[in-house]
Design a protein around this ligand. Structure first.
Ligand code: SAM
Length: 302
């Protein structure tokens, strides 16, 4: 069974990149007044304590979101994508004393739910579909979702997320006739076959629903499958005639065995995303850098 537990990694540099891209993409898609189907194939536990034992043991949140928190200016308006993302996190930490380190880090399901339930969006009635296989993380996720009192708008299944995705595409048409979906695919890649399964899932998804917005997180590590995945995703997007964006963040030197870099691959990215990330990522890099090798890149198909 799986040994990966996201609680050790929540709020690390990889989460920062992943959730910054997720929030920026969703914010853009939500400007249109038509419902979205949001799918998280590997949802995790939903929300994490970053002052708890798991986070303290790894120190990853401290070296990640802990270093970015001072960038949060406390301004309510989303001035840019980084301020918007940090503002959302601050919302989950309202009970913390002013100036204290954040104690809670929301995972992708709770971030998506926060955006779809904002007053300006709630009436549109987006749907959120979550998959999580690990028994403990599934139980935690189901409990967090129950507290949202979101009814059938948010559904959680203990099921393989790659299989679950197939059943949800194409998404249902809205009353206005439009079909819109954002899919986050965020495996732990603990099992080597995850790399191939991601590529197969994207190929299948593009056949079922070519206009969906697909976000794939991937680690940058010395492993042939890890190198090959972004190349394979570019080829799949190109073959389907779809635009793509690839954002990467390297934080520099980390402890042996730790993850120093990761990427987010987006198919059908909003046209505003590249510029927004090129504006935000230098500040993220500066805050999270561990040594001179830290860097970021944003490549696009244009
Ligand atoms: N997306 C979450 C977030 O951003 O907050 C983090 C997800 S974590 C990186 C990956 C999760 O996928 C783990 O909780 C793991 O238990 C779960 N998992 C692993 N294989 C899975 C599968 N085939 N289907 C669904 N969940 C799976």
């Amino acid at each position: 069974m799986f040994s990966y537990r996201h609680a050790f990694h929540a709020g690390n540099h990889a989460d920062v990149l992943k959730h910054l891209v997720l929030v920026a993409t969703l914010r853009h898609l939500m400007q249109k007044d038509a419902p979205l189907t949001l799918i998280d194939t590997h949802a995790g536990a939903g929300v994490y304590r970053i002052d708890g034992e798991a986070a303290r043991t790894s120190g990853e949140a401290l070296a990640g979101i802990g270093r970015l928190q001072p960038e949060h200016a406390g301004t309510p308006a989303p001035a840019d994508v980084l301020a918007d993302y940090l503002g959302l996190l601050a919302g989950f930490n309202r009970s913390a004393p002013a100036g204290a380190a954040w104690r809670v880090y929301p995972g992708s399901p709770l971030l998506m739910h926060a955006l779809m339930s904002e007053p300006t969006r709630a009436a549109v009635r987006d749907r959120l579909r979550l998959f999580e296989l690990h028994p403990s993380d599934f139980r935690a996720l189901a409990a967090h979702v129950a507290q949202l009192h979101a009814g059938r708008q948010v559904q959680v299944e203990r099921r393989d997320g790659f299989d679950g995705l197939k059943a949800l595409l194409p998404p249902p048409a809205s009353a206005g006739g439009s079909r819109r979906a954002l899919v986050l695919i965020d495996p732990s890649y603990e099992i080597k076959s995850d790399y191939a399964r991601v590529a197969t899932a994207i190929q299948d998804a593009l056949q079922r629903f070519a206009t969906g917005v697909y976000l794939v997180w991937h680690p940058i590590i010395a492993r042939p499958e890890a190198h090959a995945l972004p190349r394979r995703l570019k080829t799949l997007a190109r073959q389907a005639g779809r635009a793509w964006l690839h954002a990467t963040l390297h934080v520099g030197q980390v402890a042996a065995g730790g993850l120093s870099a990761s990427g987010m691959f987006v198919i059908n990215p909003p046209h505003t995303l590249a510029a927004a990330l090129r504006d935000a990522l230098p500040r993220v890099r500066d805050a999270l850098a561990r040594g001179p090798n830290a860097n970021w890149h944003v490549d696009t198909s244009d």
